[in-house]
Write a protein of this length. Structure first.
Ligand code: SME
Length: 168
């Protein structure tokens, strides 16, 4: 049994430091990518306040539906059932994957091409997971609160993405 204690009222740098420590401990010595993504999603859900979706999309070879190089496919997550496949360059997730850059979206309704998976989502943070110079997955966080995510969240989740890069 894991019994990690989360103090959601900590300042963000401390909160993400604690969460990174927990995530490292969870994936340590475990080679299974699905198990590691599932436990990471659960730890993010436990530690970060005000989320309505937290999880992973993996980059997989294109399934032949269109001519693009690859697409994102739904991975382990906590939240409502979500869209399964997202083409590169589409939505917040596809944009983060195509650019290899974190996307902080304070108002999803103002993001052209945003893909609504849960109607309650109002803001979103997507961070690419990069291994050997290639985007292999993204971490996607949604919140029902507008402006929930800022640069401190992006920095904190990038730290988690670095751990994930070696664990998935
Ligand atoms: N909103 C995302 C789609 C994934 S869901 O939020 C879980 C996007 O625009 O890519």
């Amino acid at each position: 049994m894991y019994d990690f204690v989360s103090a959601q009222d900590l300042p963000k740098p401390e909160l993400y430091r604690d969460l990174a420590g927990v995530v490292k401990a969870l994936v340590e010595g475990e080679p299974d990518a699905i198990a590691n993504m599932a436990n990471m999603a659960a730890a993010i859900w436990q530690f970060l306040p005000d989320l309505n979706w937290a999880g992973f999309y993996r980059v997989l070879p294109n399934s032949g539906r269109d001519s693009s190089d690859g697409e994102l496919v739904l991975g382990p997550f906590i939240g409502k059932p979500a869209c399964i496949r997202i083409p590169f360059g589409q939505g917040v997730c596809g944009t983060a994957a195509a650019l290899g850059k974190a996307q902080v979206v304070p108002d999803v309704l103002a993001f052209s091409g945003h893909i609504a998976c849960d109607a309650a989502s109002r803001s979103e943070l997507v961070v690419p997971i990069i291994r050997d110079g290639r985007v292999i997955a993204v971490i996607d966080l949604d919140s029902p609160t507008p402006g929930r995510f800022d640069d401190e969240d992006a920095t904190g989740v990038q730290r988690l993405a670095q751990i994930a890069a070696l664990a998935i």
